[in-house]
Design a binder for this molecule. Structure first.
Ligand code: ATP
Length: 404
């Protein structure tokens, strides 16, 4: 079945957003005192957000800011509260408590009893199911929301043409949406969001219906477009690669709470907790107790239960008596000969090698602990073979104490 048919079969008209979901032609205008030059005011501020569905706590006290022109991603496993948070910002769900400000103005505040309607918030949302009408032309799909708002014909033409131009779909204006590929349909959904000239774009897993290759291409396209237009975006995904590739900053969520906020590099290189280390790419987690008597050269020494000594870096975190360090699988180096250097070099035994195309996953016994190393594709090393493993101490990251 061609991709376009597959995707079309997933477009559920029942999920077509109401006109109030589509955004507004009236972007929220900044008011209040002008922001200082040194610290620009965040475009979106979410403070102490809580949202219960009956007795189900979907969001339990979430805080984050999105700066003007920034792409901020809410990332986390299924059910962690990402979509609920996004929908609360959009005005599609009413929070139980907290405050949401756009351009400094509260659009929701439980304390001040403010709840601005979705269509007055100056936002547009792009959904996972593109929710475009297959029987309508591309032009009409994009124009629909403006027609509902009784915008004049010439202005509609001008705005739709510009929106289609942005997503390189202008020449497809007369084509029926059912005659488009999945990627083209998603572009139409984007144009429909742009046509409202929103000050903020909200994305709810917009690429998850696309196949892997198209998804990777669209990531780059979307990121370029977002940067070119300088639109503030709040993006929801559970896809790690997508979040790392597209975001200026990432908010990692877990069980309705924020686990860590940082740039993709910070989240990847300096995970705060075992949860983040494990969720953000593959990591080996090694537990042990601190040996302050062996700390040296700014490195922290950890001894495992079986007496293995490993040196790592605290990166400003406080070492407790019991510690966990995270070592990414890509940072473990395997060699047949003992590498030079004294620290963090150990004899290990190969358990198995799993060929994965561009790289191989090597499963190892390190004392009685099993670790995984990810190496550029190499000749398989026989199971049971004794080799050496090494890791640079700066790649051994101390997690914050008590953070699982
Ligand atoms: P996913 O990636 O699967 O969409 P998510 O992180 O976006 O997950 P949410 O959809 O925000 O998670 O859901 C958070 C929690 O709230 C989950 O436990 C979910 O079951 C619950 N929930 C979401 N919507 C409702 C609803 N309408 N009624 C009751 N519970 C809900």
């Amino acid at each position: 079945m061609p991709l376009s048919s597959l995707l079309l079969s997933r477009v559920e008209l029942a999920h077509y957003p109401s006109t109030s979901d589509l955004g507004t032609s009236m972007p929220a205008s900044p008011q209040g005192s002008p922001p200082s030059l040194s610290t620009p005011r965040p475009h979106i501020e979410v403070e102490g957000l809580e949202l219960y569905y009956g007795s189900v706590p979907a969001v339990r006290g979430v805080n984050f800011n999105v700066m003007p022109g920034e792409q901020l991603t809410l990332l986390g496993p299924s059910g962690c509260g990402k979509t609920t948070t996004l929908r609360a910002v959009a005005g599609l769900e009413q929070p139980t408590a907290g405050e949401i400000r756009i351009d400094g103005l509260p659009v929701f505040s439980s304390a001040r009893k403010i709840n601005v309607r979705a269509e007055k918030r100056g936002l547009s949302m792009v959904f996972q199911s593109y929710a475009i009408w297959p029987h309508m032309t591309v032009f009409d799909n994009v124009a629909y929301g403006l027609q509902v708002r009784k915008v004049g014909g010439p202005e509609i033409k001008d705005r739709v043409d510009r929106a289609l131009e942005m997503v390189q779909m202008r020449e497809f204006g007369g084509r029926r949406a059912s005659q488009l590929s999945g990627g083209q349909q998603q572009r139409v959904a984007l144009a429909r969001a742009f046509v409202f000239q929103p000050s903020v774009l909200l994305f709810d897993e917009p690429l998850s219906n696309l196949d892997a290759k198209l998804r990777a291409d669209m990531r780059i396209e979307l990121r370029d477009l977002q940067h070119r237009l300088g639109i503030t975006s709040l993006y929801v995904t559970h896809d790690l690669e997508e979040a790392l590739a597209m975001s200026d900053r990432i908010v990692v969520m877990r069980d309705g709470l924020v686990e860590q906020t940082g740039t993709p590099d910070e989240i990847y290189s300096l995970p705060h907790s075992e949860f983040v280390a494990d969720f953000i790419g593959s990591a080996n987690l090694i537990r042990g107790h601190h040996r302050p008597d062996l700390d040296c050269d700014g490195l922290t020494a950890l001894e495992t239960a079986t007496g293995q000594l490993i040196y790592g870096m605290a990166y400003g975190r406080k070492a407790g008596p019991e510690m966990t360090v995270s070592v990414r699988t890509v940072h473990l180096r395997i060699s047949q000969e003992r590498p030079a250097g004294e620290r963090n070099v150990w004899p290990v035994k190969i358990e198995k090698t799993v060929f994965q195309g561009d790289f191989s996953q090597i499963h190892l016994y390190w004392g009685d602990q099993r670790l995984v190393a990810r190496c550029a594709a190499m000749e398989p090393i026989a199971a049971g073979r004794d080799v050496y493993m090494a890791v640079e101490p700066r790649r051994v990251v101390l997690l914050s104490p008590g953070n699982r």
